[in-house]
Design a protein around this ligand. Sequence first.
Ligand code: SAM
Length: 253
Amino acid sequence: MSAAEDGTADFGFERVSLAEKQGRVDDVFRSVAKRYDLMNDLMSGGLHRAWKSHLIGMLRPGRNRPFRHLDVAGGTGDIAFRVLEAGGPDTDVTVLDINEAMLRVGQERAGTRFSGQIEFVTGNAESLPLPSNTFDAYTIAFGIRNVPRIDVALKEAFRVLKPGGRFLCLEFSRVDLPILEKIYDAYSFHVIPRIGARVAGDKESYKYLVESIRKFPSPGRFAAMIEEAGFSRVTHRVLSGGIVAIHSGWKVA
Ligand SMILES: C[S@@+](CC[C@H](N)C(=O)[O-])C[C@H]1O[C@@H](n2cnc3c(N)ncnc32)[C@H](O)[C@@H]1O
């Protein structure tokens, strides 16, 4: 569950209030922002790049028509840059994140590339400061498990999409191969926090990231939550033996 009816949510393996979860998540990403991209490469052995490319392959932003894209929990801009590279000159992307430290890194990375086609907005996935029926597509990559009220964020995704708009979520999932599971557990709980300590100077943040993956709903349960938010034709595919999954849905009406 994203948030229990008693107003609590999982922060890794702890149960905390909704406000405390968001506050602590914000501390995590403020602390790791400058080393975030390097850590992604180190932790995943570069695999996160392939997963993100897979997401863009599913999205296929039109090259010859206007395409308005929203990337929520967009952090340092990885998804936004890929959408803009794949799209045409009439593609524009709004990168929204609650954390200014992450967005600042994204802005620095973008520099003058994509000028006029990319906008960085500080905001909360649970209450998007954006008008309804606006975007052709909404993506969220490795973001939704950090949001205290996932159900509320999904409803917001539905609201801001145009009818006919596409929702895509890339998130860590459940490893479904027993041998891989053992290796993955050992790597996640023992190696990743150590890399976090060495490279980002922050073991606790990476311990949270690993634990939060374990608390995220199963792919089937998450698909049901996407349907509950109003989306149709909800499907998901797992990649890399279940390390990650991409969920897709459409706003039909
Ligand atoms: C693991 S990073 C993912 C960044 C980027 N999407 C990527 O794939 O590299 C998670 C991001 O979610 C953001 N986040 C956490 N809670 C949020 C919320 N309630 N609304 C918007 N963004 C949020 C964090 O600030 C952080 O930048």
